[in-house]
Design a protein around this ligand. Structure first.
Ligand SMILES: Cc1cc2nc3c(=O)[nH]c(=O)nc-3n(C[C@H](O)[C@H](O)[C@H](O)COP(=O)(O)O)c2cc1C
Length: 203
């Protein structure tokens, strides 16, 4: 009986089991926005999980994100060029933010800073990521990550609720230890949770 219980826990996971990543079988194009949050390194794992699940990942990062993680890392993990500068010439005749926005099946911004959330809420399109977000008509998922005070600021809360009203899916940040040394709400949601939300949205 006890042995059966152990086998059950092994298969289904105990109370502390991490959410399992469901297998995606598609070749969907995911536009992954990465912004200047300390959690930018977690986007590396997100890319790996998506690539393992046969997704074609195109990273669009902000200049501030590039100060935290190199574009070369994202390029190597995603096996695709990384977009940072709106005005870089590419082989395509169309501006890159438009061509990516037209080709993408889903856009996810993880981690999303307070800054990008505010820019998207107000239609600002002054860099590659915000311009692509404005041009993209499909499903958009935002995973905020920031210090508790930035998250709790009424202006950030108002911006998040503007995005919810416009059918953006918000993956709420977690409570836990933050990079600023404090404990509170603002940690990026677990990568497994983000992958599962992407998978469910692509069904
Ligand atoms: C080391 C470091 C970590 C940061 N982490 C965050 C963060 O987790 N969330 C956030 O909203 N801003 C964070 N910031 C501030 C943003 O980088 C800043 O607001 C920046 O303008 C965001 O630009 P972007 O949205 O274009 O990437 C951080 C700044 C530094 C220097």
């Amino acid at each position: 009986m006890f042995a059966k219980f152990i086998i059950y826990l092994y298969i289904h996971g105990g109370a502390n089991a991490k959410p399992k990543i469901l297998k995606m079988s598609n070749n969907k194009i995911i536009l992954l926005g990465v912004t200047g949050s300390i959690a930018a390194y977690k986007a590396c794992d997100l890319i790996r999980q998506l690539v393992k699940n046969d997704c074609d990942v195109h990273v669009i990062m902000t200049r501030n994100a590039a100060k935290l993680v190199t574009p070369l890392t994202f390029k190597t993990l995603s096996k695709n060029p990384v977009s940072i500068d709106l005005f870089t010439e590419t082989a395509e005749w169309r501006p890159e933010h438009i061509s990516l926005a037209e080709r993408g099946d889903l856009m996810v911004i993880a981690p999303a800073t307070a800054n990008i959330i505010a820019k998207i809420a107000y239609g600002i399109a002054d860099d590659a990521l915000s311009a692509t977000a404005l041009a993209f008509n499909g499903m958009k998922i935002i995973a905020p990550s920031m210090n508790t005070a930035m998250l709790g600021n009424p202006v950030t809360q108002e911006n998040i609720s503007i995005l919810r009203q416009r059918n953006f899916m918000i993956i709420d940040p977690e409570n836990g230890e933050l990079a600023c040394g404090k404990v509170g709400t603002g940690r990026l949601a677990p990568v497994e949770q983000i992958v599962n939300k992407i998978q469910n949205s692509l069904k």
